[in-house]
Design a protein around this ligand. Structure first.
Ligand code: MLT
Length: 330
């Protein structure tokens, strides 16, 4: 005998099923039905914000929903990480983050989230070269000069970054370790505002990504010493690599990826990954990234599997280096 299930019970059963799948009341098949928030862990106008806004437009077009970029600053990007880890797992809050996702566990003993357990990866985005740059009137002319100057003036030189956990802070740490000094660090909520002070001469030097430094270097508004990549950066042909200029241990690439809360339905993740793939093949994105000294990752890396493998490998790489340094974010 067929057992008639009253509609109300069927509706409850559906809602319970959806809730159990962590999808809240989102219907993965109908997703997206509302604006999506892309959370950027640093200030507007900085490199992470630049990458976010580059991919948000073509992703929104592919998804058929607006993507609103939200800057959530603080604690080297970990405030934003905690916000998205705790967000509804419905695909309407996406985190863009970079290498800082892999350094946070070593820097923050009480980190509010586990990068591997509390998120699903969506796919890798781009691996941005880092540059070592200075205020326009800073005395050192070359990286070799900078090393000598920093050694002789360690108690007065100021080094800007975007807080403990930022890529700029990690690169600065590598410089301090390579030169054997402990400099006065000046933290900002992003290297957007740090760049403003660097150009104004309020701080001496910093590491920052080509997505924020290329145009200022090409305009002669700041001084450049090197790129931290194994190979020179085509958009900045006058800059040697750190290896060529005598600091081979200062090598770091600022890889970026997209994340959603761990319980987000796979069908929603698949739609976000597909939209990211389309965005990274968009000719305007490719051209803009080239101007900014970077490129989209290859198509085979725009997958959750490749992204998770990168995150695991980077956590394993940086955690002992950071623990050895004794630096913590609190
Ligand atoms: C950093 O890690 O230094 C950040 O990417 C800076 C920023 O995006 O503002």
């Amino acid at each position: 005998m067929r057992r008639h299930i009253p509609l109300t019970s069927l509706a409850c059963l559906t809602m319970l099923t959806l809730a159990a799948c962590g999808g809240g009341d989102a219907d993965p098949a109908a997703y997206p039905e509302d604006d999506i928030t892309m959370v950027v862990p640093f200030s507007a106008g900085g490199p992470t914000d630049t990458v976010a806004r580059l991919i948000a437009e073509p992703m929104a077009e592919e998804l058929g929903a607006d993507i609103v970029v939200q800057n959530v600053e603080g604690a080297g990007g970990t405030i934003a990480g905690g916000q998205v880890a705790d967000a509804d797992a419905d695909g309407y809050e996406v985190l863009i983050h970079h290498i800082g996702m892999s350094t946070a566990p070593g820097l923050y003993p009480d980190l509010a989230y586990d990068p591997l357990e509390d998120f699903k990866t969506v796919g890798l985005v781009t691996d941005v070269p880092m540059t070592i740059v200075a205020r326009p009137d800073f005395e050192p002319e070359t990286l070799e000069d900078l090393v000598s100057y920093v050694e002789e003036n360690a108690d007065t030189v100021t080094l800007a970054n975007a807080g403990v956990g930022a890529a700029s802070q990690l690169c600065g740490l590598l410089i301090e370790q390579a030169v054997g000094v402990d400099l006065t660090e000046v933290p900002y909520d992003g290297t957007g505002p740090a760049m403003t002070d660097l150009m104004g001469g309020q701080v001496d030097f910093m590491c920052d990504q080509t997505t924020n430094t290329a145009s200022q270097l090409q305009a002669g508004k700041i001084k450049g010493y090197a790129v931290t990549t194994p190979e020179p950066v085509e958009a900045l042909p006058d800059l040697p690599t750190t290896a060529e200029a005598g600091l081979p241990d200062v090598q770091v690439g600022v890889w970026h990826g997209l994340y959603v809360p761990a319980d987000t339905p796979d069908e929603i993740v698949e739609k976000l990954t597909a939209a990211l793939e389309v965005a990274l093949e968009d000719q305007n994105v490719v051209d803009q990234m080239a101007t900014l000294g970077t490129t989209p990752v290859p198509a085979e890396d725009v997958t959750p599997e490749a992204h998770t493998a990168k995150l695991e490998e980077q956590i394993d790489l940086w955690t002992p280096i950071i623990e050895e340094s004794g630096v913590t974010g609190g």
